[in-house]
Design a protein around this ligand. Structure first.
Ligand code: GDP
Ligand code: GDP
Length: 455
């Protein structure tokens, strides 16, 4: 590294930064208007259009990446739902429950100016039941005079209230320090208790694509309700299913079977639920109704899984209903609408007839294998050397940026750091990704490539 002009510390730092696996998840919950979205904006340190969204417009983005004190994590914002759908208490409870389920730690936001309400107390009961670490945020403490209001929130029994002004940034640093103290390094959902346990599958897709039918078909009589095993009284959330002689865990299946019919807000709940399932899973099986046009909603769900860095399988359902013409147009649609995930294994199934059910497990196994692939540094650099020699980066401003060396910093999904002598253009990065896939497979997994440029 040294003779290439990078110092060792730089290289090690870059590898460490890129090498993390799935990030731990922080959920921000609380009543409407307490300042959740404002706080999330503070935490992610961007003026993303979270608060600016017009009321009544459903957002489908609920998770964001954030960094504090050099640690990275994900934030789930639950601010985007409609208050009038279920009645206020039920709405708050539902969104909090989904978010808490997927979280490794929770920031519970209370409006210190208003004090603790009955709805807040209801959320506290949910938090107790869930047993996840909680940091209490007493928001809207814009100046020293508000600190007394914050102190009243000791009464919630959640420990120290952290006085914060999400709007002005006051106290948010101290609160985030407290968050980092309780947030695990890796998502416990996926990598804590689950180590050595069954692999986790999120079966996701828009309403009516056939998720519950598929789950029933594959689970059959073998179905085991996980929470019954644990002897709890909660709604079953995860289900163990034996497929191909192996036990798999389908996460968050309560959301699949117990459909809440809502006129408004349904999309938002569905997004939150999908995001939660994806965070808990290692592999996402996105179910698509092949009998209908591939929709923006299908694309969003695929994007959610890819952005979360999960392994991906695409299952085209209702194959029994397709005539020749539809099959023709479906192939064209897949190319244009889902071309960016052409690396994902694909199965054409029918939950009704059972067609190709046996192909689901091999596809999932392929995707997980791709997700965990590690390319030895020697092989990677031999490959990069040949690639760069055969296809150099275009000359820019009289100079030719070169990839000098690279390493795979992590897996789940595979993450690469490339060290370069100058700025590497997006087109060339995409070219490298394509060639990496051709060379090493990575079927069914997103791959991350970051480039470090020599100073
Ligand atoms: P959410 O519904 O919980 O996501 O709440 P929002 O983030 O949308 O905030 C609701 C309102 O409270 C907005 O008008 C914010 O500007 C305001 N707000 C949020 N945080 C603070 C704060 O720290 N101080 C004050 N004074 N107002 C705030
Ligand atoms: P979910 O909302 O994604 O859980 O979808 P459901 O499993 O409730 O299915 C929605 C509708 O599609 C139901 O009427 C199912 O009977 C039907 N359906 C599901 N899978 C298939 C299939 O493979 N072929 C056909 N013809 N219908 C299906």
């Amino acid at each position: 590294a040294a003779e290439e002009g990078f110092d060792l510390e730089d290289v090690e730092g870059a590898i460490e930064a890129a090498g993390h696996g799935p990030l731990p998840v922080l959920a921000v919950v609380g009543r409407p208007n307490v300042g959740k979205s404002t706080l999330v904006n503070r935490i992610i340190g961007r003026r993303e259009a979270v608060v600016e969204d017009r009321p009544g417009v459903t957002r489908d983005r609920v998770t964001y990446e954030a960094e504090w004190s050099g640690r990275r994590f994900k934030v789930v914002d639950t601010g985007g739902w409609e208050q009038d759908v279920l009645g206020i208490d039920a709405s708050v409870a539902a969104q909090a429950e989904y978010a808490i389920e997927a979280a490794d730690a929770v920031v519970f936001v209370v409006d210190a100016k208003v004090g603790a309400t009955d709805t807040d107390e209801a959320v506290v009961r949910l938090l107790r039941k869930a047993g996840k670490p909680v940091v209490l945020c007493a928001n809207k403490v814009d100046g020293p005079s508000g600190e007394a209001d914050a102190a009243y929130l000791w009464s919630l029994g959640l420990g120290e209230p952290h006085p914060v002004s999400a709007l002005h940034g006051r106290g948010t640093g101290d609160m985030l320090d407290a968050v980092l103290e309780v947030l695990p390094d890796a998502p416990e959902q996926t990598f804590g208790t689950a180590i050595g346990g069954p692999r986790r599958i999120a079966l996701i897709g828009r309403p009516n694509v056939g998720k519950s039918s598929l789950l029933n078909k594959v689970a059959g009589e073998e179905r085991v309700v996980v929470n019954e095993l644990a002897g709890t009284t909660r709604d079953p959330v995860d289900e163990l299913v034996e497929l191909g002689g192996v036990t798999w865990k389908f996460v968050d299946t309560a959301g699949i079977r117990k459909r809440v019919h809502l006129q408004q807000g349904a999309d938002y709940y569905a997004s939150l639920r999908t995001a939660a399932a994806v965070e808990k899973a290692e592999v996402a099986v996105v179910l698509i109704d092949a009998s209908e046009n591939i929709s923006v909603q299908d694309q969003r769900i695929v994007t959610m899984a890819v952005e979360a860095g999960r392994a991906l399988v695409l299952a085209y359902n209702k194959w029994d209903t397709l005539d020749e013409e539809r099959r023709y147009y479906l192939e064209r649609e897949i190319e244009t609408e889902l071309g960016q995930v052409s690396w994902a294994p694909r199965v054409n199934v029918s939950a009704r007839t059972g067609r190709h059910m046996e192909k689901l497990v091999p596809a999932i196994e392929t995707a997980l294998a791709g997700w965990e692939t590690r390319v030895p540094t020697g092989r990677l650099n031999a490959f990069l050397g040949e690639l760069v020699a055969a296809h150099p980066h275009p000359i820019r401003g009289g100079k030719q940026p070169r990839i000098l060396f690279g390493t795979q910093a992590g897996t789940k999904p595979p993450r690469f750091v490339l060290f370069a002598s100058g700025f590497i253009e997006a087109g060339y990065r995409r070219f490298i990704e394509r060639r990496l896939r051709e060379e090493f497979g990575f079927e069914g997994t997103p791959i991350h490539i970051s480039v470090r440029v020599r100073e």
